[in-house]
Design a protein around this ligand. Structure first.
Ligand SMILES: Cc1ncc(COP(=O)(O)O)c(C=O)c1O
Length: 345
């Protein structure tokens, strides 16, 4: 287990810099997104900012709009009226898709149905998770599949063949179009930043960052999935032939997984609570908390040069904390309220 101590962290925003990506739909709140400065003794020779993309929307939160937008547009342009994807019972991706597909409109065209294939059968007399209940509230049609079948790649191919009217998005939104959507974050990627950092599941967000990075900017992708040895090549595969030289700007990291994907590591949960108590900054236990802890560790090891400027993405995911809400000092509902207030400041 990592040995680090967290001192007092002072956070201060410079909200007077409002940068709004143009293409975003009116139901998102890009003007709420701001750069939150993280001051910490370990970062004393650096300037470290967190891009609060979680404030875009509490459901289509963080990286989700960017990861989904090009798929939805592609689906509509190809004439699909149904869209679907895959995920677990607390999937940020599925719930974001359910809301986005319901609200999405392109040149007067909309989706008629949105389908969610869920990993794991719903047990008799068990309730839907809060995430899935929210998916249903956005009219997503759920189908539960047992773990073995879900994990069997051939099942997805069969499903796709059986439902040619549905535009299927890969689990977690992995794919070229997923990364392409991040071109819209370009206005937030100021050239003054030396390092761009994000937590990585499928690596799509990191690939998107590489697409918009300036040649002098390094992209750091931290795997949150234990033993994800293929992360680097999966990110690289999302670059076009013209973007291949950008591979040199990429660094990937294993070792900050805290036991692996969605594991409830007690030290990490304690860290999240302390961070919240001190700063009212919500982090999720699967992605962003691990990212910040990893940055602290790297800075402590002198990984970055003096006076360099870092930008880390808050990719959202707070709704996923509902699976461990009883262990946390903040609730998703409070956070939602808070984020709404914050955006009004
Ligand atoms: C909140 C959050 N952060 C980060 C990620 C990782 O993104 P990616 O799969 O693009 O690497 C995900 C997964 O989509 C996520 O839900």
């Amino acid at each position: 287990m990592m040995n680090f101590r967290l001192g007092q962290i002072h956070l201060q925003s410079f909200t007077n810099q409002t940068i709004i990506p143009k293409e975003m739909p009116a139901y998102l709140h890009p003007s709420s997104v701001y750069f939150q400065k993280i001051d910490h003794p370990v970062f004393q020779d650096l300037e470290v900012y967190l891009l609060r993309m979680d404030l875009l929307d509490h459901v289509i939160s963080g990286n989700k709009y960017f990861k989904l937008v090009a798929y939805l547009e592609d689906a509509i342009q190809k004439g699909f009226k149904q869209i679907g994807s895959f995920g677990g019972p607390f999937s940020n991706h599925l719930v974001a898709l359910s809301k986005f597909a319901k609200l999405y409109e392109h040149e007067g065209k909309r989706f008629e149905a949105c389908k969610g294939i869920v990993r794991g059968k719903l047990k008799k007399n068990h309730h839907l998770s809060k995430t899935l209940a929210e998916c249903v509230s956005y009219e997503m049609q759920l189908r539960f599949v047992d773990h073995a079948q879900y994990d069997d790649r051939s099942y997805r191919e069969i499903l796709k063949a059986e439902s040619p009217d549905v535009y299927w998005i890969n689990e977690g939104g992995y794919g070229f179009l997923g990364a392409e959507g991040f071109r819209q974050i370009k206005p937030w990627i100021d050239p003054s930043f030396d390092h761009l950092l994000c937590a990585s599941g499928t690596g799509t967000t990191a690939a998107g960052l590489l697409k918009v990075a300036m040649p002098h900017q390094k992209v750091h992708a931290f795997s949150i999935v234990g033993g994800h040895l293929g992360l680097r090549s999966e990110i690289e595969q999302l670059l076009s032939p013209q973007e291949q030289d950008r591979k040199q700007q990429l660094e990937t990291y294993l070792g900050f997984e805290f036991g692996g994907y969605a594991k409830r590591d007690p030290q990490l949960i304690e860290w999240i609570n302390r961070f919240w108590d001190q700063h009212q900054l919500p982090t999720d236990f699967i992605y962003t908390a691990k990212l910040i802890v990893a940055m602290l560790k790297l800075a402590q090891q002198g990984h970055f040069q003096k006076n360099q400027k870092l930008l880390a993405l808050h990719t959202g995911g707070i709704q996923g904390n509902r699976s461990i809400e009883q262990m946390l000092h903040f609730k998703y509902a409070d956070y939602d309220q808070r984020s709404t207030n914050e955006s009004k400041k």
